[in-house]
Design a protein around this ligand. Sequence first.
Ligand SMILES: [Zn+2]
Length: 214
Amino acid sequence: MVPVGWSGSALQRRTKDLKFQQCFCVVDSSLRILWIGGDWDDFARRNGGQAVLANDVLSTRLTDHITDIATADTVDQMVTAVIRTKGVLRMDYRCDGPHELRRFRLTIKPMKNDRVIMVHELRDALQLDPPMRAWSFDPAARTLKCSVCGHVHQPGQDWSDVAVPGGRHPELVSYTVCPDCLARINAAVSNISEGADAVEVGELKLKTGFNDGA
Ligand SMILES: [Zn+2]
């Protein structure tokens, strides 16, 4: 990983000690978790998932650990499409913290006996200094955050990326999948259903111009 300077600003820099992270889980057609591996626990802790450590999630349903119906339905739809078509789906998603923007890649591949393996890889991280205001999940919050691209939607405003150094991220958010991401995922599922072997839902940028040198 080559550190890349953020032109014109010393406030942001690529995380230099980025540890390669990869974790896997195998699920069946009912989304029951059959096996997990890789840096799962480290991955869960970094993403605030104290309650979803490896030993606790085996044989539970993946969607039991997803807080909103839109995201759970989307995961279900992608897994079902991979099982049905034996194709491969790849999708970037953002999972930021107040101190760090993080870009992950999810690859869903078919296995025997109507199972799939879901591979999550940390592709890139960008430190925010100063950090953004921390936020927390509230199922009743009117401000929505997309669980794929990380953009937020406040009542009466457009979806936008609020992740900037020192940014005032809305304090309480509930999760969903934004219309853009939903459209990209639906298109990818249609493609794979029409016979494509491997479909890319789409690449997300951490910040414009930051993909180069990743
Ligand atoms: Zn989105």
